[in-house]
Design a protein around this ligand. Structure first.
Ligand code: DAH
Length: 337
């Protein structure tokens, strides 16, 4: 090892030093416990006896030189206004930025939709994801032989009392109507579960928003008015809406609601299956049997209900073609919202 070369290296290194912390790292490099000087000192013992004396002297004088250099540099730093206090923090260093989180796209859509209904006077309520068979089916006038009650279509948890993972948010209708007297207007966001095979449009867990409004003299026209306002707020003024007759056990009459395709504006494309319309929710007038189940006086009250899938609406709104993207926790996807 060339002792003179080391000396020049130290001088070069010190020339680039402009702060106490930089000086400290150069000091560690040469004078530290595992530094260059320690290495040279360790070498002395390995040399033949006749060379040791001379090499030892050279190492020693290098050490004194270095100490001198460092002292000098320390002084210049001080006179330049710097300080060599080892404990001093360099507040000029860039900090470690804390990444800001943001709400999940599904939560953003839930907040937007519930916000719209909330401003029209609906309260936002939630119910449990583990439900009784009664609230999920029987209270909603869903007959015992209905296919959705099959073990292939619902996650059953326990037999007595029969518990399950709710397959829709509609059971919260039953809970709310049992807890409050009319007039009642609520929206219910939450997770629902179905044993579906996973693909680009199916998951075993997704989100729904349920709505129900009950009072005296509520008609289908009220349902149409409220949903029309809602759809225009989410998808824009130009969107068209149509009601298509359908069957749900808990509403009568029942209808599915379509909007004009937001991609092709109704002309027909691959997203709407060339129909020009997209189905976005189920709705209807609350069935008298449901009122009976919850103890509302039959004949006195009428009401409407509706239920929609949040993922579907989010996919249409943002042009997302695979539902799985929402739940893979890929930050490249999530950061776009
Ligand atoms: N619960 C239904 C489902 O999961 C959606 C639904 C349809 C809810 C019509 C309603 C309704 O409240 O009136 O498919």
């Amino acid at each position: 090892m060339d002792i003179n070369l080391i000396q020049t290296q130290v001088e070069n290194d010190l020339n680039t030093v402009s702060s106490a912390s930089e000086l400290e790292s150069v000091r560690v490099k040469y004078l530290g416990r595992k530094g260059v000087l320690a290495e040279l000192t360790g070498l002395i013992g390995t040399l033949p006896a006749e060379e040791r004396g001379l090499f030892g002297k050279q190492v020693n004088s290098l050490k004194n030189k270095l100490l001198e250099f460092f002292q000098e540099k320390e002084k210049t730093l001080k006179t330049q206004g710097g300080t060599v206090d080892k404990n001093r923090q360099d507040i000029g260093l860039p900090g470690i930025a804390q990444e800001l989180g943001s709400s999940h796209p599904i939560i953003q859509v839930i907040d937007e939709i519930c916000g719209i209904f909330n401003r029209m006077g609906f309260s936002i309520v939630e119910g449990p994801e583990i439900e009784t068979e009664y609230n999920n089916f029987t209270g909603l006038n869903i007959p015992l032989d209905h296919p959705s009650r099959d073990a292939f279509d619902t996650f059953y948890l326990k037999n007595y009392p029969k518990l399950l993972l709710r397959s829709h948010t509609s059971p919260v209708q039953v809970r709310a109507m049992k807890a409050y007297k009319p007039p009642l207007a609520i929206v219910v966001p939450g997770r629902v579960y179905r044993p579906d095979a996973v693909d680009a449009s199916h998951l075993f867990m997704f989100h729904q928003i349920e709505g129900v409004l009950v009072d005296e003299n509520i008609s289908f026209a009220d349902l149409k008015g409220i949903l029309g306002l809602f759809i225009k707020s989410v998808f824009g003024e130009d969107i068209k809406m149509r009601f298509r007759p359908h069957f749900f056990p808990f509403t009568e009459p029942s209808a599915e609601v379509d909007i004009s395709c937001i991609i092709c504006k109704g002309k027909g494309c691959s997203v709407c299956g060339r129909k020009g319309w997209l189905e976005i929710l189920g709705s209807g007038m609350v069935h008298p049997n449901v009122f009976k189940q919850v103890g509302y006086k039959p004949g006195k009250y009428t009401g409407f209900a509706f239920g929609m899938g949040v993922e579907r609406i989010a996919m249409l709104k943002y042009g997302i073609n695979d539902i799985r993207l929402f739940f893979e926790n890929d930050l490249r996807f999530l950061k776009q919202f």
